[in-house]
Design a protein. Sequence first.
Length: 152
Amino acid sequence: MNLVATILGSVAIDVDFTAIIMAVLFIVLYYVLQHLIVNDYLRARELRRDAVEGAREEAKEHQSLAEVRMLEYEDEIKSARREAAEVRDSLRGQGTAEQADLVADARSEMQSTLAQERAKIADQVAAAEKELAGRATALSKAIVDKILPSMS
């Protein structure tokens, strides 16, 4: 003990039975707390870490699945737009053809009507010319009779 006293110098530590009991209690308390609290805490922390990593992996899988579905959706949209454009162009072509047919029918009907009206007008002109020719003859005779009353 002299050695301890000389090493510690003026510090007086009295090592007795109480210190041993405190050391034993400390060790016992350390192991009890280690098993009751620390191990459960470490286990819970590891479970949480595993759950977070699992959730991250699942999120990555969902993200990649969403990207694949988005690409499929975009392909379907492109296909639908292409089909819609084809249908629109087809309908536009049909509409243009129907319009051309209607215009041609209207034009031929108009030309037919125009020909009929021209024929009527030509008949009316011929009738008017015939009537005027007859009147002209009568009128010229009347004029001659008035100018030259004695000769007739």
